[in-house]
Design a protein. Structure first.
Length: 217
């Protein structure tokens, strides 16, 4: 059986979360939500977190304050110390516990900005967390871009055309597909509005949509 996992990250924006949760429920699919401490502390977002747990989705961390760990031009030039990195990550885990997540069962987290290096991976491992990321080769994670970003902007149509083209050539078995639950208001074509179609197509192509433990274990 071919398997994929759907990943969703949340920090300061969450306008698409209701749509995401509704889609997953309609299709009886489990999602994987990676949330910052700032997200978990936001009173407006707390009902979403309760619903994620009620619906049986995986909920884990995405750092506390969405730290940028290194410069974009040089991944290995750290902007954080071990102590500040671990303090941030442990605070995120504490907030997850306060939200009702059994943190003893946490094994995976997505680093903030999906940006990391071998040092931060090792530091996270010290507290029992493996760093994971979306699978390269597809561009769904570019759904945060907006037209004012120029050549960096990718429309939802372009993202989906790329996704299905890649699937035709290479397949998506074992892939982790990331979608942002909230994006800048300057982006009008939200990828999460296409989630129903994405799930339908994946199922028609023979993919089982599973949670992260089911994919990686």
């Amino acid at each position: 059986m071919k398997k994929v996992a759907l990943l969703f990250t949340g920090h300061d924006l969450s306008e698409g979360t209701d749509a995401v949760l509704n889609s997953l429920k309609r299709h009886h699919v489990k999602g994987n939500f990676f949330l910052t401490g700032d997200y978990l502390r936001n009173a407006v977002f707390k009902p979403y977190v309760r619903r994620m747990l009620k619906d049986g989705h995986v909920v884990s961390g995405h750092s506390d304050k969405h730290l940028l760990i290194s410069d974009w031009g040089s991944r290995d030039e750290l902007l954080v110390s071990r102590d500040s990195f671990l303090r941030d990550l442990k605070t995120n885990v504490d907030e997850l516990a306060l939200s009702g997540i059994d943190t003893c069962q946490l094994h995976y987290y997505i680093p903030s900005y999906e940006w990391y290096n071998s040092q931060t991976v090792a530091w996270a491992k010290e507290i029992g967390l493996s760093s994971i990321n979306y699978t390269p080769g597809i561009r769904t994670a570019a759904d945060y871009t907006y037209p004012e970003m120029g050549e960096r902007y990718l429309s939802s149509v372009a993202i989906l055309e790329g996704l299905w083209s890649y699937e035709e050539k290479f397949g998506l078995n074992g892939f982790m597909i990331l979608i942002h639950m909230g994006t800048d208001e300057k982006r009008k074509d939200k990828l999460y509005h296409h989630l129903d179609d994405m799930i339908n197509i994946l199922k028609k192509k023979g993919y089982q949509i599973v949670d992260i433990p089911g994919l990686l274990n």
